[in-house]
Design a protein around this ligand. Structure first.
Ligand SMILES: [Zn+2]
Length: 135
């Protein structure tokens, strides 16, 4: 990934965080995903009084991409208000796995703007898959 694209993903994830709806946890998260045609989709976490209905920023962004008929994720950027790197939760890793591959780049960003890249295959090495059933 070139620097311009990476910087754009970092910027979009950081901006998306500002739209988070997190009145209960106060834990805002922003995500941006890059699809194979160069389109970027972003999302933020949206909480609910019925906590289990809360959706993470990453899944928010992925679902928007899939709805737009983009089915190949090449990068995911995620940020929060933490000074440490946060990674996608297990549920988001499973959803990302449906549309990504082990080389998909996961860009982790701190509140201070520090970032690092990890390969998706490193944080989710053996996703359950039902490839034979896909049509
Ligand atoms: Zn999640």
């Amino acid at each position: 990934m070139n620097k311009q694209t990476r910087d754009e993903l970092i910027s979009r994830a950081t901006q998306a965080k500002k739209n988070a709806y997190a009145p209960y946890s106060k834990f805002r998260v922003g995500a941006a995903i890059l699809t194979d045609d160069g389109t970027i989709f972003d999302g933020s976490n949206v909480e609910n009084a019925s906590y289990g209905l809360t959706i993470c920023a990453e899944r928010n962004a992925v679902f928007q991409a899939v709805h737009a008929k983009k089915r190949k994720i090449t990068a995911v950027a995620v940020t929060s208000d933490e000074k440490t790197f946060i990674t996608p939760c297990g549920a988001c890793r499973q959803v990302i796995a449906e549309f990504a591959d082990p080389d998909t780049e996961i860009i982790l960003i701190t509140v201070d703007g520090k970032w690092k890249v990890v390969k998706f295959g490193k944080i989710f090495p053996a996703p359950p898959a039902l490839d034979k059933l896909k049509k």
